[in-house]
Design a protein around this ligand. Structure first.
Ligand code: FAD
Length: 373
Protein backbone atom coordinates (compact mmCIF):
# COMPACT_ATOMS: atom_id res chain seq x y z
CA UNK A 1 0.00 0.00 0.00
CA UNK A 2 1.28 3.45 -0.94
CA UNK A 3 0.33 6.89 0.25
CA UNK A 4 -0.41 9.00 -2.85
CA UNK A 5 -0.80 12.75 -3.06
CA UNK A 6 -2.64 13.87 -6.17
CA UNK A 7 -2.31 17.52 -7.13
CA UNK A 8 -5.42 18.54 -9.05
CA UNK A 9 -8.91 17.05 -9.17
CA UNK A 10 -9.42 17.24 -12.94
CA UNK A 11 -10.00 14.18 -15.09
CA UNK A 12 -6.40 12.97 -14.93
CA UNK A 13 -6.22 13.26 -11.14
CA UNK A 14 -9.69 11.77 -10.62
CA UNK A 15 -9.08 8.70 -12.83
CA UNK A 16 -5.72 8.04 -11.21
CA UNK A 17 -7.21 8.53 -7.72
CA UNK A 18 -10.06 6.13 -8.44
CA UNK A 19 -7.75 3.42 -9.75
CA UNK A 20 -5.18 3.82 -6.97
CA UNK A 21 -7.88 3.71 -4.26
CA UNK A 22 -9.43 0.62 -5.83
CA UNK A 23 -6.02 -1.09 -5.48
CA UNK A 24 -6.08 -0.38 -1.74
CA UNK A 25 -3.77 2.61 -1.73
CA UNK A 26 -4.42 5.73 0.31
CA UNK A 27 -5.07 8.83 -1.77
CA UNK A 28 -5.17 12.49 -0.80
CA UNK A 29 -6.20 14.95 -3.50
CA UNK A 30 -5.35 18.60 -3.09
CA UNK A 31 -7.13 21.10 -5.31
CA UNK A 32 -6.41 24.81 -5.33
CA UNK A 33 -9.88 25.76 -6.55
CA UNK A 34 -12.93 25.62 -4.27
CA UNK A 35 -14.43 22.71 -6.20
CA UNK A 36 -13.44 19.41 -7.78
CA UNK A 37 -13.45 18.39 -11.47
CA UNK A 38 -10.89 20.79 -13.00
CA UNK A 39 -11.99 22.33 -16.28
CA UNK A 40 -14.85 19.91 -16.81
CA UNK A 41 -16.59 21.34 -13.71
CA UNK A 42 -20.30 21.99 -14.19
CA UNK A 43 -22.68 23.57 -11.73
CA UNK A 44 -26.46 23.60 -11.60
CA UNK A 45 -28.23 26.96 -12.00
CA UNK A 46 -32.01 27.12 -12.58
CA UNK A 47 -31.94 23.35 -13.14
CA UNK A 48 -29.39 23.84 -15.96
CA UNK A 49 -25.89 22.32 -15.93
CA UNK A 50 -23.57 25.27 -16.55
CA UNK A 51 -20.17 24.38 -18.02
CA UNK A 52 -18.17 26.84 -15.94
CA UNK A 53 -14.92 26.61 -17.96
CA UNK A 54 -16.27 26.44 -21.49
CA UNK A 55 -18.41 23.99 -23.45
CA UNK A 56 -17.34 20.39 -22.89
CA UNK A 57 -18.61 17.73 -25.27
CA UNK A 58 -17.40 14.21 -24.70
CA UNK A 59 -16.46 12.48 -27.94
CA UNK A 60 -14.22 9.54 -28.68
CA UNK A 61 -13.57 6.61 -30.96
CA UNK A 62 -11.70 4.87 -28.20
CA UNK A 63 -14.07 2.11 -27.13
CA UNK A 64 -12.01 1.31 -24.04
CA UNK A 65 -12.34 4.90 -22.78
CA UNK A 66 -16.04 5.08 -23.70
CA UNK A 67 -16.75 1.85 -21.78
CA UNK A 68 -14.64 3.12 -18.89
CA UNK A 69 -16.64 6.33 -18.39
CA UNK A 70 -19.98 4.51 -18.52
CA UNK A 71 -19.36 3.23 -14.98
CA UNK A 72 -19.46 6.81 -13.66
CA UNK A 73 -22.23 8.40 -15.73
CA UNK A 74 -24.97 7.78 -18.20
CA UNK A 75 -24.43 9.88 -21.33
CA UNK A 76 -27.16 11.60 -23.34
CA UNK A 77 -27.17 11.63 -27.15
CA UNK A 78 -26.00 15.23 -27.57
CA UNK A 79 -24.34 15.78 -30.95
CA UNK A 80 -22.22 18.86 -31.40
CA UNK A 81 -23.56 20.91 -34.34
CA UNK A 82 -22.26 24.45 -33.89
CA UNK A 83 -23.51 27.29 -36.05
CA UNK A 84 -21.42 30.28 -37.17
CA UNK A 85 -22.74 33.83 -37.15
CA UNK A 86 -20.86 36.06 -39.60
CA UNK A 87 -22.33 39.58 -39.67
CA UNK A 88 -25.79 38.20 -38.94
CA UNK A 89 -25.62 35.48 -41.59
CA UNK A 90 -25.84 31.95 -40.17
CA UNK A 91 -23.71 29.07 -41.48
CA UNK A 92 -23.68 25.44 -40.38
CA UNK A 93 -20.44 23.89 -39.20
CA UNK A 94 -18.32 21.91 -39.79
CA UNK A 95 -17.93 22.78 -43.47
CA UNK A 96 -20.48 20.55 -45.18
CA UNK A 97 -23.13 20.68 -47.89
CA UNK A 98 -25.36 22.87 -45.67
CA UNK A 99 -22.51 25.41 -45.33
CA UNK A 100 -21.82 25.38 -49.08
CA UNK A 101 -25.49 25.82 -49.83
CA UNK A 102 -25.67 28.78 -47.43
CA UNK A 103 -22.43 30.28 -48.79
CA UNK A 104 -22.92 29.83 -52.55
CA UNK A 105 -26.48 28.57 -53.05
CA UNK A 106 -25.21 25.35 -54.61
CA UNK A 107 -26.91 22.02 -54.05
CA UNK A 108 -24.82 19.07 -55.18
CA UNK A 109 -21.46 17.64 -54.01
CA UNK A 110 -20.09 18.02 -57.55
CA UNK A 111 -20.94 21.74 -57.61
CA UNK A 112 -19.42 22.20 -54.14
CA UNK A 113 -16.18 20.47 -55.09
CA UNK A 114 -15.88 22.47 -58.29
CA UNK A 115 -16.44 25.74 -56.39
CA UNK A 116 -13.90 24.89 -53.68
CA UNK A 117 -11.30 23.87 -56.27
CA UNK A 118 -11.90 27.08 -58.20
CA UNK A 119 -11.36 29.08 -54.97
CA UNK A 120 -8.25 27.13 -53.99
CA UNK A 121 -6.63 27.89 -57.35
CA UNK A 122 -5.61 31.29 -55.93
CA UNK A 123 -2.78 29.48 -54.13
CA UNK A 124 -1.96 26.97 -56.89
CA UNK A 125 1.74 26.14 -57.04
CA UNK A 126 2.57 28.36 -54.05
CA UNK A 127 3.88 27.10 -50.72
CA UNK A 128 1.68 28.58 -47.92
CA UNK A 129 3.84 30.80 -45.73
CA UNK A 130 1.32 31.61 -43.02
CA UNK A 131 -2.07 30.54 -41.71
CA UNK A 132 -4.00 32.76 -44.12
CA UNK A 133 -2.31 31.24 -47.17
CA UNK A 134 -2.65 27.76 -45.73
CA UNK A 135 -6.41 28.18 -45.18
CA UNK A 136 -6.94 29.61 -48.68
CA UNK A 137 -4.93 26.75 -50.19
CA UNK A 138 -7.18 24.25 -48.40
CA UNK A 139 -10.65 25.78 -48.71
CA UNK A 140 -10.52 29.03 -50.68
CA UNK A 141 -11.02 32.69 -49.84
CA UNK A 142 -14.82 32.90 -49.25
CA UNK A 143 -14.86 30.38 -46.42
CA UNK A 144 -11.55 31.64 -45.06
CA UNK A 145 -12.74 35.25 -44.84
CA UNK A 146 -16.20 34.55 -43.47
CA UNK A 147 -15.68 31.57 -41.20
CA UNK A 148 -11.99 31.26 -40.32
CA UNK A 149 -10.16 34.60 -40.36
CA UNK A 150 -11.84 36.65 -37.60
CA UNK A 151 -12.40 33.65 -35.32
CA UNK A 152 -8.79 32.49 -35.54
CA UNK A 153 -7.39 36.01 -35.06
CA UNK A 154 -9.48 36.39 -31.90
CA UNK A 155 -8.34 32.98 -30.66
CA UNK A 156 -4.65 33.70 -31.10
CA UNK A 157 -4.64 37.48 -30.63
CA UNK A 158 -2.68 37.94 -33.87
CA UNK A 159 -3.45 38.42 -37.60
CA UNK A 160 -3.60 35.17 -39.59
CA UNK A 161 -0.76 36.48 -41.77
CA UNK A 162 1.46 36.38 -38.67
CA UNK A 163 0.38 32.91 -37.56
CA UNK A 164 2.27 29.82 -38.72
CA UNK A 165 0.67 27.65 -41.40
CA UNK A 166 0.94 24.47 -39.31
CA UNK A 167 -1.86 25.56 -36.93
CA UNK A 168 -4.30 24.44 -39.62
CA UNK A 169 -3.00 21.12 -40.88
CA UNK A 170 -6.16 20.14 -42.67
CA UNK A 171 -9.69 21.42 -43.03
CA UNK A 172 -11.98 18.48 -43.50
CA UNK A 173 -14.64 19.13 -46.10
CA UNK A 174 -17.77 17.06 -45.93
CA UNK A 175 -19.68 16.63 -49.13
CA UNK A 176 -22.80 15.47 -47.32
CA UNK A 177 -25.56 17.33 -45.48
CA UNK A 178 -24.27 16.45 -41.99
CA UNK A 179 -23.73 19.02 -39.22
CA UNK A 180 -22.22 16.60 -36.69
CA UNK A 181 -18.95 18.34 -35.77
CA UNK A 182 -17.07 15.26 -34.68
CA UNK A 183 -16.29 12.14 -36.70
CA UNK A 184 -16.04 9.99 -33.58
CA UNK A 185 -18.00 6.80 -32.90
CA UNK A 186 -19.28 7.95 -29.49
CA UNK A 187 -20.49 11.31 -28.30
CA UNK A 188 -22.60 12.79 -25.50
CA UNK A 189 -22.85 14.73 -22.26
CA UNK A 190 -23.04 13.02 -18.86
CA UNK A 191 -26.60 13.25 -17.59
CA UNK A 192 -26.59 15.27 -14.36
CA UNK A 193 -23.31 16.97 -15.27
CA UNK A 194 -19.57 16.36 -15.30
CA UNK A 195 -19.13 17.23 -11.62
CA UNK A 196 -21.43 14.37 -10.63
CA UNK A 197 -19.34 12.04 -12.80
CA UNK A 198 -16.11 13.13 -11.06
CA UNK A 199 -17.81 12.85 -7.65
CA UNK A 200 -18.58 9.25 -8.45
CA UNK A 201 -14.94 8.59 -9.41
CA UNK A 202 -13.80 10.03 -6.09
CA UNK A 203 -16.42 8.32 -3.95
CA UNK A 204 -14.19 5.81 -2.18
CA UNK A 205 -13.24 5.45 1.50
CA UNK A 206 -9.53 5.53 0.58
CA UNK A 207 -9.84 8.98 -1.04
CA UNK A 208 -9.68 12.29 0.85
CA UNK A 209 -10.18 15.58 -1.02
CA UNK A 210 -8.85 18.91 0.26
CA UNK A 211 -10.12 21.97 -1.61
CA UNK A 212 -8.58 25.46 -1.57
CA UNK A 213 -5.18 23.87 -1.12
CA UNK A 214 -2.24 24.84 -3.31
CA UNK A 215 0.63 22.39 -3.64
CA UNK A 216 3.18 25.20 -3.65
CA UNK A 217 2.16 26.43 -0.20
CA UNK A 218 3.70 23.31 1.41
CA UNK A 219 5.62 21.65 -1.39
CA UNK A 220 8.55 20.37 0.76
CA UNK A 221 6.22 18.93 3.37
CA UNK A 222 4.19 17.12 0.71
CA UNK A 223 7.30 15.72 -0.96
CA UNK A 224 8.48 14.42 2.43
CA UNK A 225 5.19 13.03 3.71
CA UNK A 226 3.86 11.12 0.70
CA UNK A 227 5.28 8.06 -1.04
CA UNK A 228 4.35 9.41 -4.43
CA UNK A 229 2.99 12.59 -5.99
CA UNK A 230 0.79 12.70 -9.08
CA UNK A 231 1.11 16.27 -10.30
CA UNK A 232 -1.37 17.70 -12.85
CA UNK A 233 -0.48 21.40 -12.57
CA UNK A 234 1.86 23.41 -14.82
CA UNK A 235 5.13 21.57 -15.36
CA UNK A 236 7.24 24.75 -15.70
CA UNK A 237 5.85 26.04 -12.40
CA UNK A 238 6.81 22.75 -10.69
CA UNK A 239 10.43 23.35 -11.68
CA UNK A 240 10.26 27.04 -10.68
CA UNK A 241 10.42 28.09 -14.35
CA UNK A 242 14.14 27.43 -14.18
CA UNK A 243 14.46 26.74 -17.91
CA UNK A 244 12.06 29.55 -18.86
CA UNK A 245 8.31 30.02 -19.12
CA UNK A 246 6.08 27.91 -21.35
CA UNK A 247 3.34 29.84 -23.13
CA UNK A 248 -0.38 29.33 -22.63
CA UNK A 249 -3.59 30.90 -23.90
CA UNK A 250 -6.22 31.97 -21.46
CA UNK A 251 -9.96 32.68 -21.64
CA UNK A 252 -12.47 34.97 -19.93
CA UNK A 253 -16.05 33.84 -19.46
CA UNK A 254 -19.01 36.20 -19.09
CA UNK A 255 -22.06 34.33 -17.87
CA UNK A 256 -25.56 35.81 -17.87
CA UNK A 257 -29.00 34.60 -16.81
CA UNK A 258 -31.73 35.56 -19.30
CA UNK A 259 -35.44 35.64 -18.52
CA UNK A 260 -36.40 33.76 -21.65
CA UNK A 261 -36.64 30.06 -22.30
CA UNK A 262 -34.53 29.89 -25.43
CA UNK A 263 -31.98 32.57 -26.35
CA UNK A 264 -30.20 31.34 -29.47
CA UNK A 265 -31.71 27.96 -30.37
CA UNK A 266 -28.42 26.08 -30.23
CA UNK A 267 -25.81 25.17 -27.59
CA UNK A 268 -22.89 26.71 -29.47
CA UNK A 269 -22.87 29.72 -31.80
CA UNK A 270 -19.48 30.91 -33.05
CA UNK A 271 -19.02 34.58 -33.89
CA UNK A 272 -16.59 34.57 -36.78
CA UNK A 273 -16.20 38.31 -37.51
CA UNK A 274 -13.24 40.15 -35.98
CA UNK A 275 -15.37 43.12 -34.80
CA UNK A 276 -17.22 41.04 -32.13
CA UNK A 277 -14.72 40.45 -29.32
CA UNK A 278 -16.00 37.07 -28.14
CA UNK A 279 -15.53 33.87 -30.12
CA UNK A 280 -18.70 32.10 -29.15
CA UNK A 281 -21.84 32.09 -27.04
CA UNK A 282 -22.77 28.91 -25.22
CA UNK A 283 -26.40 28.35 -24.21
CA UNK A 284 -26.01 25.60 -21.65
CA UNK A 285 -29.55 24.18 -21.51
CA UNK A 286 -29.28 22.92 -25.11
CA UNK A 287 -26.61 20.41 -24.04
CA UNK A 288 -29.45 18.68 -22.23
CA UNK A 289 -32.26 19.33 -24.72
CA UNK A 290 -33.80 22.24 -22.83
CA UNK A 291 -33.83 20.80 -19.31
CA UNK A 292 -34.27 23.28 -16.46
CA UNK A 293 -36.47 26.32 -15.87
CA UNK A 294 -38.63 26.79 -19.02
CA UNK A 295 -38.61 30.58 -18.56
CA UNK A 296 -34.92 31.03 -17.96
CA UNK A 297 -31.69 30.32 -19.72
CA UNK A 298 -27.99 30.74 -18.99
CA UNK A 299 -25.58 31.96 -21.65
CA UNK A 300 -21.80 32.37 -21.56
CA UNK A 301 -19.72 34.56 -23.85
CA UNK A 302 -16.21 33.25 -24.32
CA UNK A 303 -13.33 35.72 -24.84
CA UNK A 304 -9.83 34.49 -25.71
CA UNK A 305 -7.10 36.18 -23.67
CA UNK A 306 -3.34 36.40 -23.44
CA UNK A 307 -1.88 34.46 -20.55
CA UNK A 308 0.25 36.06 -17.84
CA UNK A 309 1.50 34.41 -14.66
CA UNK A 310 -1.40 34.00 -12.25
CA UNK A 311 -4.05 33.68 -15.01
CA UNK A 312 -5.76 30.36 -15.73
CA UNK A 313 -3.63 28.50 -18.31
CA UNK A 314 -6.38 26.93 -20.44
CA UNK A 315 -4.45 25.96 -23.55
CA UNK A 316 -0.81 24.98 -24.05
CA UNK A 317 0.64 26.68 -27.12
CA UNK A 318 2.35 23.77 -28.86
CA UNK A 319 4.61 25.66 -31.26
CA UNK A 320 8.27 24.72 -31.91
CA UNK A 321 9.71 27.00 -29.24
CA UNK A 322 7.39 25.68 -26.52
CA UNK A 323 7.64 22.04 -27.57
CA UNK A 324 11.44 22.25 -27.41
CA UNK A 325 11.30 23.88 -23.99
CA UNK A 326 8.77 21.32 -22.79
CA UNK A 327 11.07 18.50 -23.98
CA UNK A 328 13.73 19.88 -21.63
CA UNK A 329 11.30 19.99 -18.70
CA UNK A 330 10.17 16.48 -19.62
CA UNK A 331 13.74 15.29 -19.03
CA UNK A 332 13.56 16.60 -15.46
CA UNK A 333 10.15 14.97 -15.12
CA UNK A 334 11.59 11.66 -16.30
CA UNK A 335 14.26 11.92 -13.62
CA UNK A 336 11.64 12.54 -10.91
CA UNK A 337 9.75 9.50 -12.19
CA UNK A 338 12.89 7.36 -12.12
CA UNK A 339 13.43 8.37 -8.50
CA UNK A 340 9.93 6.93 -8.03
CA UNK A 341 8.67 10.20 -6.60
CA UNK A 342 6.57 12.24 -9.05
CA UNK A 343 4.31 11.39 -11.99
CA UNK A 344 3.42 14.32 -14.27
CA UNK A 345 0.05 14.04 -15.96
CA UNK A 346 -2.72 15.85 -17.76
CA UNK A 347 -2.98 18.90 -19.96
CA UNK A 348 -0.68 21.05 -17.87
CA UNK A 349 1.62 18.37 -16.45
CA UNK A 350 2.33 16.97 -19.94
CA UNK A 351 1.82 20.27 -21.79
CA UNK A 352 -0.44 18.60 -24.36
CA UNK A 353 -3.65 19.70 -25.99
CA UNK A 354 -5.53 16.69 -24.65
CA UNK A 355 -9.24 16.19 -25.14
CA UNK A 356 -11.14 14.49 -22.32
CA UNK A 357 -10.91 11.02 -23.82
CA UNK A 358 -7.17 11.43 -24.40
CA UNK A 359 -6.57 12.57 -20.85
CA UNK A 360 -8.48 9.56 -19.53
CA UNK A 361 -6.42 7.27 -21.74
CA UNK A 362 -3.21 8.95 -20.52
CA UNK A 363 -4.30 8.51 -16.89
CA UNK A 364 -5.12 4.83 -17.47
CA UNK A 365 -1.67 4.37 -19.04
CA UNK A 366 -0.08 6.01 -16.00
CA UNK A 367 -2.08 3.63 -13.78
CA UNK A 368 -0.85 0.69 -15.84
CA UNK A 369 2.78 1.87 -15.57
CA UNK A 370 2.44 2.38 -11.83
CA UNK A 371 0.62 -0.79 -10.86
CA UNK A 372 1.64 -3.03 -13.74
CA UNK A 373 -1.79 -4.61 -14.20
P1 FAD B 1 -7.56 20.15 -15.52
O1 FAD B 1 -8.99 19.89 -15.77
O2 FAD B 1 -7.02 21.51 -15.85
O3 FAD B 1 -7.26 19.83 -13.99
C1 FAD B 1 -6.10 20.24 -13.33
C2 FAD B 1 -6.49 20.63 -11.91
O4 FAD B 1 -5.31 20.86 -11.16
C3 FAD B 1 -7.30 21.92 -11.86
O5 FAD B 1 -8.48 21.69 -11.12
C4 FAD B 1 -6.37 22.90 -11.15
O6 FAD B 1 -7.07 23.82 -10.34
C5 FAD B 1 -5.53 21.95 -10.29
N1 FAD B 1 -4.21 22.50 -9.95
C6 FAD B 1 -3.32 23.05 -10.80
N2 FAD B 1 -2.23 23.47 -10.10
C7 FAD B 1 -2.46 23.17 -8.81
C8 FAD B 1 -1.70 23.37 -7.61
N3 FAD B 1 -0.53 23.99 -7.63
N4 FAD B 1 -2.23 22.94 -6.44
C9 FAD B 1 -3.46 22.34 -6.41
N5 FAD B 1 -4.22 22.13 -7.52
C10 FAD B 1 -3.72 22.55 -8.70
N6 FAD B 1 -12.18 18.26 -24.23
C11 FAD B 1 -13.07 17.49 -24.90
O7 FAD B 1 -12.89 16.28 -25.01
N7 FAD B 1 -14.21 18.06 -25.43
C12 FAD B 1 -14.49 19.39 -25.33
O8 FAD B 1 -15.52 19.86 -25.82
C13 FAD B 1 -13.53 20.22 -24.65
N8 FAD B 1 -13.76 21.54 -24.54
C14 FAD B 1 -12.85 22.30 -23.87
C15 FAD B 1 -13.12 23.67 -23.76
C16 FAD B 1 -12.23 24.47 -23.08
C17 FAD B 1 -12.52 25.95 -22.98
C18 FAD B 1 -11.05 23.93 -22.52
C19 FAD B 1 -10.08 24.81 -21.78
C20 FAD B 1 -10.80 22.57 -22.61
C21 FAD B 1 -11.68 21.74 -23.30
N9 FAD B 1 -11.48 20.37 -23.41
C22 FAD B 1 -12.37 19.59 -24.09
C23 FAD B 1 -10.29 19.71 -22.80
C24 FAD B 1 -10.55 19.21 -21.37
O9 FAD B 1 -10.91 20.28 -20.55
C25 FAD B 1 -9.28 18.56 -20.85
O10 FAD B 1 -8.89 17.47 -21.65
C26 FAD B 1 -9.37 18.01 -19.42
O11 FAD B 1 -10.17 18.79 -18.60
C27 FAD B 1 -7.96 17.95 -18.86
O12 FAD B 1 -7.97 17.39 -17.55
P2 FAD B 1 -6.71 17.57 -16.62
O13 FAD B 1 -6.96 16.76 -15.39
O14 FAD B 1 -5.47 17.33 -17.37
O15 FAD B 1 -6.62 19.15 -16.30
Amino acid sequence: MKNFLIVGSGLFGAVFAHEAAKRENKVTIIEKRDHIAGNVYSKEVDGIQVHEYGAHIFHTSNKKVWDYVQQFAEFNRYTNSPVANYKGQMYNLPFNMNTFNEMWGIRTPQEALAKINEQRREMAGKEPKNLEEQAISLIGRDIYEKLIKGYTEKQWGRPCTELPAFIIKRLPVRLIYDNNYFNDDYQGIPIGGYTKMIEKMLDHPNITVKLNTDFFDKRDEYLKNYDKIVYTGMIDRFFDYKLGELEYRSLCFETEEKNIGNYQGNAVINYTEAEIPYTRIIEHKHFEFGKGDPNKTIITREYPADWHRGDEPYYPVNNDRNNQLYAKYAKYAELAKKQDKVIFGGRLGQYKYYNMDQVIEAALNAVHNEFGD
